[in-house]
Design a protein around this ligand. Structure first.
Ligand code: CU
Length: 481
């Protein structure tokens, strides 16, 4: 259990302080044990990524992050080779506050070039961390920007041309949580590691001796999804989270390469979705199933108030796999009452221009948008600050795809030309949206009228977030002037 232990958060008190403004209430962030008999709680406790504390210099919050080769214990007694960010698998959670001036300083200690992209972040193109901003072996690259967007759950991961999928697969990803005055004032769970729990959901293949994570998709897996046989949550196989009997908020990321997850509790316990990719929903939406495509996030709140001593299994019904067991075993040390209204979203603006993007294929292993494969020297769309456009995305293939945009978010307005076909939980601020086979959808995208600029040397990307499709061509570039 040593490696698992090292992966747990070590700075619980500081973490609580950051999220709540006080250091009382709650014990044992990370479920690391203490008041429970040894061997019970910690047998396979859900690892909670460390909450990374910044170092402030001249008004800028610096986060120094090392991208490293490491070894992680997925299987008892076996060390598996991984990539990680200051950890043994995945990376720390970064908590940013709207208005912060930040510098995310990534040092590449791998033997290969990579990049680190702020997925969901509204930032200048040159700070986006795509293939245009490589981090040389041994070098450091800094994403410097002012955080200026609503509270949400974002994440960081490599975005290197043709190599995003293998780099993420070896373990490079972490959460970027943004808080603002609104998120801090809402009566919702916000004690990191106690009742505000990040869940990075993934699946992996391992070598027979389990010492390596094996990235070797066949052509069929390239097309239809590289779905591993081992499902992991925050880097652990079927872990257990010992929950307080109260409302618990889970920040769920589909961090897989190309697997759709149809999530829910096996006993059909309901939950409320409170946030989509880029913002709170206006009102919590009650549901008992949540479909998430790769790269999508959802924050949910589950009320375990009356569930003392009960156990719940968070399950992927699409692949019949368990992600997490929630064991309601602790008395609540604080109370929250989820409000009926969470926020007010801007009205969907009226578009003044429209574009169409058709997701397609050339042969069996080349993926295209409007018939073209990704070319770093080609700009596919030139936009200006303040532009409002309607983009129609057409999945002309018989396989799953989704669509992700950098630098901003969008509002889905119709599926297959039917506004009523847009699910309630697709109506918030999104930056990734799922496209079933042979389907189309329209969204309205608004380019913020502020700091956001991306020139031809540092353009934004739009792409399918099934990483095998992205790496094999299904990506384009746009500028904002
Ligand atoms: Cu795709």
């Amino acid at each position: 259990m040593k490696n698992r232990r090292e992966f747990l958060t070590l700075s619980g008190a500081a973490a609580l302080y950051l999220l709540t403004g006080c250091s009382d209430g709650g014990t044992n962030p990370g479920g690391g044990g203490g008041d429970t008999p040894p061997g019970e709680e910690t047998a396979n406790a859900l690892p909670i990524p460390e909450l990374k504390l910044p170092v402030e210099r001249a008004g800028v919050k610096h986060y120094d992050l090392n991208i490293i080769e490491s070894q992680h214990t997925f299987f008892e007694g076996v060390k598996t080779n991984t990539y990680a960010i200051d950890s043994t698998y995945l990376g720390p959670t970064l908590l940013l506050t709207r208005g912060d001036k930040v510098s995310l300083n990534y040092t590449n200690k791998l033997s290969v070039e990579t990049t680190m992209h702020g997925h969901g972040m509204h930032l200048p193109g040159e700070m986006d961390g795509t293939a245009h901003q490589p981090i040389a072996v041994g070098g450091t690259w800094s994403a410097k920007y002012t955080v200026d967007q609503t509270a949400c759950t974002n994440w960081y991961h490599p975005h290197y041309l043709h190599q995003t999928a293998p780099h993420v697969y070896q373990g490079l990803a972490g959460m970027l949580i943004i808080e603002d005055d609104e998120s801090r004032s809402l009566d919702i769970p916000k004690r990191y590691g106690v009742d505000d729990i990040p869940l990075v959901l993934q699946d992996r293949f391992f070598s027979a001796d389990r010492r390596k994570i094996v990235y070797d998709p066949s052509m069929d897996q390239l097309d239809m999804g590289y779905v591993g046989d081992t499902f992991i949550t925050n880097g652990a196989i079927s872990p257990v989270f010992d929950a307080e009997n109260k409302e618990i908020r889970f920040r769920i990321l589909n961090g897989s390469n190309s697997t759709m997850y149809d999530l829910g509790f096996r006993n059909a316990k309901s939950f409320k979705q409170i946030a989509t990719d880029n913002a709170f929903l206006e009102e919590p939406i009650e549901m008992n199933r949540l479909l998430l495509s790769p790269g999508e996030r959802a924050e949910i709140v589950v009320d375990f108030t009356d569930d003392m001593d009960a156990e719940f299994t968070l399950y992927d019904f699409m692949h019949s796999q368990t992600f997490l067991t929630v064991n309601v075993s602790k008395s609540a040390t604080a109370s929250t009452t989820l409000p009926a209204v969470l926020t007010t979203l801007d009205p969907v603006p009226t578009a003044t221009n429209s574009r169409q993007f058709t997701l397609g294929m050339r042969g069996m292993d080349t993926f295209t948008i409007n018939g073209k494969t990704m070319n770093m020297n080609r700009i596919d769309a030139a936009l200006s600050r303040g532009d409002v456009e309607e983009w129609e995305i057409i999945n002309g293939t018989g396989m799953n795809h989704n669509f992700h945009i950098h630098g901003t978010h969008f509002r889905v307005v119709s599926r297959d030309d039917d506004p009523a076909a847009v699910a309630e939980n697709d109506k918030g601020y999104k930056d990734v949206v799922y496209l079933p086979p042979h389907s189309r959808l329209k969204f309205i995208v608004e380019i913020p009228n502020d700091d956001v600029t991306a020139d031809a040397a540092n353009p934004y990307m739009f792409h399918c977030h099934f990483l095998e499709h992205e790496d094999n061509g299904m990506m384009g570039q746009f500028t904002v002037s």
